[in-house]
Every structure is written in C-alpha cells, then in structure tokens.
Design a protein around this ligand. Structure first.
Ligand SMILES: Cc1ncc(C[n+]2csc(CCOP(=O)(O)OP(=O)(O)O)c2C)c(N)n1
Ligand SMILES: [Mg+2]
Length: 623
C-alpha cells in the first residue's frame, strides 16, 4: 500500500460511518431518507410532524405528495412499493393522523409489502399524559408491523432509518413504523450516518440445501400429477424468471394465488391461472381433484378424477381463501412448502417437505438441476386431463334471464337487452385495448375478483390489490402511488362504487399533483360482494347493501360526474354497450386523471364460488 493512501485512510470508525453537519432531528430524518434513495413521500402534516414537512420543503431529491387522507397516503405508498419492489414511504402527524395510517400498515403486513410509515409523536415529556393528539401508535400497530421504533435519542435517527428500510425490504418484506417525538425533531446534533446495517439474529437470506433440493427432484420423478402452487413470495422474491425456467424444464403446470398473479405469465400454456374461492375451476380441480358436485357438505365425496399427487407450494401461505376446508385441500398430495419466513411453515397446512429458503435461490438451483439432468417422466396424461378441465370450465359469463328481469333493466336500460354491460365485459375490453400491458389496481369486492379473472397478467407487479386484508378504498390511492413510480405505464384502477367512494378525496391529489391514474367504476349501486352472500345464504334479504338513493332508484347515486367535476377531473358515464369501447379509449388516451363510471347490473354473481370453509366438491361454477 502506498504512503499517500496510508496517510489518507480514515480512522476505523469513519469506515463504518460518516459525520454530517449540525442539523435538527427533522433535517437528519430527511437526509437519511435521501440516503435511502427515497424519491417520493406521501405525507399529511399536523402539529407533531410539521417540522419534518418544513425540512422536506428544502429537499431537492424528495417529492412530497399531499394525499387528502392519511389512509390514501398509506395506500399510495403501498401502490408505489408493489409496483417497484422498493419501500413506499408515508407519513402522518400524531393521534388521528397516525391512526388513519393503521389500515394501510395492516394491509402491508398481510400482503408483505415493504412500507416505511413515519409518524410524528407528541414531545417525550408529554407521552403518557393524555396530551393533545397523543396515541400510542407504537403499541397500536405492534401486531401488524414487521418491526417498529419509537425514537428517544436524536443520535439514533440515522441508524434506525437505515435499519427500517433494510428490514422493510429484505427477507419477507413488510411494514416498519418509525414514531418520532417532536422534541427529538427539534433537537440539534451532528449526525453520524452508519454505512452498513448490523442486526444480530436477523437472517434475511436463508438458502435451501442441495440435499433438500435434490429431494424435490426425487419427488417430481416419482409423481404423476405435479402442480406448482405459487404466491406473492415469487413476486417479492423477484423469482419469476427462475420459476418460468423451472416450470418449463420440468413441464409442471402452475397455479397462483391472487397475490401471485403475474408471477408466471397467465397466457403461458402451463398456466392454470389462479385458484381458491373464486379461482379457476380447473386450477382447483388440478390441486384437489374433481368431485361430483354435492348439495350439502354432509353428502359423501364422490371422486371423478384425482388432483395433484405432488404440490410444490412456493412462496405461499395456504390462506383460507385459497384452501377452503384446509384438510381437504390437496388431501392426497405430497406437499413441499418453501418459504423465506419460517413462521409460515406448518402454520395452516402441514408440509411433508418444509424448506426455509429464499425462493429465487431455490428455483434458480432447481431449474439448473433439471436442465443438467432432465426429468425422465412423461406428464402427458396429466396435461391432457388438465386440458380437458380447462375446456370444461373456462371463466365465462352469460346475459341471463335474471339480468333481463332485473330492476337495473327497468330503471336504466328500458328493456334495451343488447345494450346491457356486464362487469366482466368491461375488463375483457380493457385487456384488449391495453394488450394486457397495464398496471391494474382494484378495490375490494366482486369487481376485484372479475379483474383478476378477466385480465390475464403477464408480468409480476401488474395486479396491485388488497388481498389479505381486503381493504375497500385501496384502488385509487394505490393507482396514484403506482403511477408516480411508473409514470410511463398505463395505470388503471378497476373499482367498485362502494370502494371508490371510500377514498374518493384522492381525486384532488391526482389533479393537483398531475398524476394521471385512471379509474373505472363498475357501478352496480350495491355492495356487490356482500349482496352475493345475501343472495346465497340469506335468501336475498338486503342488509344495508344498497348504495343508491331508495327514493330515486332511476338516478345513479352518488353522481360521480358531478363529484369528479368538483375535483376538476374528467369523468364520463357509460350506460350502453355501444358506447363502452370508445369511452374507454378516451379514458386511456387522456393525459389527465380520468374516471369512467360504467353502470352495470347488480344481479351478477362471481363464479366459480367455493363457500368459505367448504371443499372443491361444493364449488359452484356454472351460472
Ligand atoms: C373497509 C372495508 N369495509 C367493509 C368490507 C366488507 N366488504 C367486502 S366486499 C364489500 C362490497 C364492496 O362493494 P363495491 O366496492 O361496490 O364492490 P362490488 O362488490 O359491488 O364490486 C364489502 C362491504 C371491506 N372489505 N372493507
Ligand atoms: Mg358495487
């Protein structure tokens, strides 16, 4: 080593850290966010966070987007994160601002979305005294965060922010909360920015052993009817390419969860689309077998054709919306479960071969192993069975007698039968017009399920939906976040009239911030999904599921055209099929945010449908 280099070597502490100029706690926080590469924060100010907003006004690197409700801000940050894989950042003041973030934090927790949520807190000396706008947000969010911090020392800010981003984005991603009391924001010091994160006992990158992976290959060689059941873990683990290589090399059909939509191209011949309560009948049969339909769960099960004898469950968590009655889910199959999070193993469904691993690594190795030594097995009979199932029960819909006789036809269409727009048609049309390339977000309800059914997702991070929590109001703010992250992509929220109304104020954010996310409201004037359950289980008795104005049923209520106008957002209503395509094209061509209010009948049910905690034999799949 030359002398000059020797002389310029920093003391060893400097190698691991860097000293900054004297700043306030708020400025240190913003400097730390910049160092993390944060380019956008969705933040709503208040007494306990305005100091941070002041510091943000001086940042040249961070765009601060003002949502019109903190929940909108949290969902937008999630949309940003789901679209990119990078942590989304949201911020709120103490008390009500912080509690308004909770739904977004819980959503990020359920769907493993990297989110850093920052809250202002009352000054330390006031904590525990019932101070104005004091809530214990740290305590309130404990069950729904991956980790959380209450900062009590200004000198901890740099380390904590760095850890927060590392924890949120590594291993199984999730939300991290940082609660920052006002006095710490106001204090001043010279920050020390650490260069690396050191967390004892946190292993973000476990890897399957060669022995375990060889065991999987052995099981595939012994099997006749293997199925890959893959989930959001493939997407968060950036393992789609490895999955495709492995599935193709081994010729194993792939079904996904809704979280996994796009993890494997849904247009691929090996794709079984998605499974579960409203998933493809053929995917459910491929996993659990086809049975004679039965009227009551007390009736015996009569097998028509067996399902998978080997289930490769990769990056999934055997959610009840997927499994139904969990002991009947793939009852006869050997189950291999790979997850990065050891707490998922044997949680809902015991696995015959449980493996804790980063899925990208495991699938990459499996693909390489199969390429080196091809599987000597002919799965053609299995592929033929699956082809027969696909032909028997594709996703489909009919304009039924019930639609024709419905109140919708009387109130709005005056009997013009050929002009009725079914919700499924809207999504098919959007798929065509966007060539399957758009990023879609959704609310929660029937429209969410139809979106997943009638749009075929070719890539990961294309369907952004509140799957685990099922939070209405998610769609439009999430679309804003995705559009900010991916300004060159077409981002469309397919929403329900109930869900859209829950965060409609975000139209203001869209207009003022010039975020041209689009929204299609599949407006059935009802809380459709709840209504569907009323029809099925409560003889159609309406328990507060009608959203229109009962005194003026012919009106569409509320009037989204007038509402959007007040936000200066263009909006069109479509009532007749003949007008749909052109209106949708105008929406897609718009350089501004745009709302398309499509009026659809409320009579449609989402099919297939496996009622909760039932089996594939109880699946209703024909209208
Ligand atoms: C915040 C929230 N409240 C209540 C529910 C329960 N819920 C699930 S779907 C649904 C109906 C949604 O109606 P809409 O958004 O109009 O969609 P549709 O089913 O009509 O397509 C309701 C009330 C929920 N998922 N989230
Ligand atoms: Mg509705």
């Amino acid at each position: 080593m030359s002398k000059t280099i020797e002389k310029n070597r920093k003391p060893s502490a400097r190698k691991h850290a860097e000293l900054g100029p004297t700043m306030s706690g708020s400025e240190i926080l913003v400097a730390c966010l910049e160092r993390q590469g944060v380019d956008t924060i969705f933040a709503y100010p208040g007494g306990a966070s305005m100091e941070i907003h002041q510091a943000l006004t001086r940042s040249k690197k961070i765009r601060t987007v003002l949502p019109r409700h903190e929940q909108g801000g949290a969902f937008a940050a999630e949309g940003y994160a789901r679209a990119t894989g990078r942590a989304g950042v949201c911020m709120a003041t103490s008390g009500p601002g912080a509690t308004n973030l909770v739904t977004g934090i819980a959503d990020a927790y359920m769907d493993s979305v990297p989110l850093v949520a920052i809250t202002g807190q009352v000054p330390q000396a006031m904590i525990g005294r019932g101070a104005f706008q004091e809530t214990d947000i740290y305590g309130m969010t404990l069950p729904v965060v991956k980790h959380s911090y209450l900062i009590t020392d200004i000198n901890d800010i740099p380390r904590i922010v760095q850890e927060a981003f590392y924890i949120a984005q590594s291993g199984r991603p999730g939300p991290v909360l940082i609660d920052l009391p006002k006095n710490v924001q106001q204090a001043r010091t010279q920050p020390v920015f650490p260069k690396e994160v050191r967390l004892r006992g946190y292993h973000a990158d476990p890897k399957a052993s060669e022995l375990e992976l060889n065991e999987i290959i052995g099981l595939i060689e012994k099997s006749e009817r293997p199925v890959l059941y893959v989930g959001g873990g493939i997407i968060t683990g950036n393992a789609s390419e490895e999955l495709r290589r492995f599935a193709e090399a081994a010729q194993i059909p792939v079904t996904s969860t809704i979280m996994g939509c796009g993890a494997f191209p849904e247009t691929h011949p090996l794709s079984l689309r998605w499974l579960g309560m409203h998933g493809a009948a053929f995917a459910n049969w491929a996993v659990s077998g086809e049975f004679e339909p039965r009227k009551s769960p007390a009736d015996p099960l009569r097998l028509i054709a067996p399902g998978a004898d080997l289930l490769l469950a990769f990056g999934v968590r055997f959610d009840d919306r997927v499994t139904g009655k969990v002991d009947k889910f793939c009852e006869k199959g050997t189950i291999v479960h790979i997850d990065i999070d050891p707490s998922e193993i044997n949680k809902n469904k015991p696995a015959n071969l449980p493996i804790v691993s980063d899925i990208k690594y495991a699938l990459g190795r499996l693909a390489a192993m199969v390429k080196e030594r091809p599987i000597e097995k002919d799965f053609r009979p299995w592929h033929e069975q699956i082809a027969a199932w696909k032909a028997k029960a594709p996703f489909g819909y009919l304009v039924t007698e019930e639609v024709m006789k419905s109140q919708h036809m009387r109130d709005h269409l005056k009997g013009r039968e050929s002009e009725v727009i079914l919700p499924q048609m809207v999504i098919e049309e959007l798929y065509e017009l966007t060539q399957g390339e758009a990023i879609l977000t959704t609310g929660v309800g029937q429209h969410q399920m139809w979106t997943a059914q009638y749009y075929k997702f070719k890539y990961p991070r294309q369907l952004l939906t509140s799957a685990g929590l099922g939070a209405m109001g998610y769609g439009y703010p999430a679309a804003l976040g995705a559009k900010v992250a991916c300004p060159d992509r077409q981002v469309v929220d397919i929403d329900g009239d109930g869900s859209f109304l829950m965060n409609v104020q975000e139209l203001a954010t869209a207009h003022i911030e010039k975020i041209s996310a689009k929204a299609i409201i599949l407006n059935n004037q009802h809380l459709g999904m709840v209504m569907q359950w009323e029809d099925k289980f409560f003889q159609g008795n309406r328990g507060h599921t009608y959203l229109g104005d009962p005194d003026h049923r012919q009106q569409i209520y509320p009037d989204y055209i007038a509402m959007a106008k007040s936000f200066n957002v263009p909006c069109e209503r479509v009532m007749y099929k003949k007008d749909l395509r052109a209106a949708m094209q105008r929406m897609l061509d718009s350089k501004e945010p745009f709302v398309l209010d499509v009026i659809v009948p409320y009579t449609e049910h989402v099919l297939p449908f496996i009622p909760a905690n039932r089996t594939v034999a109880d699946m209703i799949w024909k209208a």
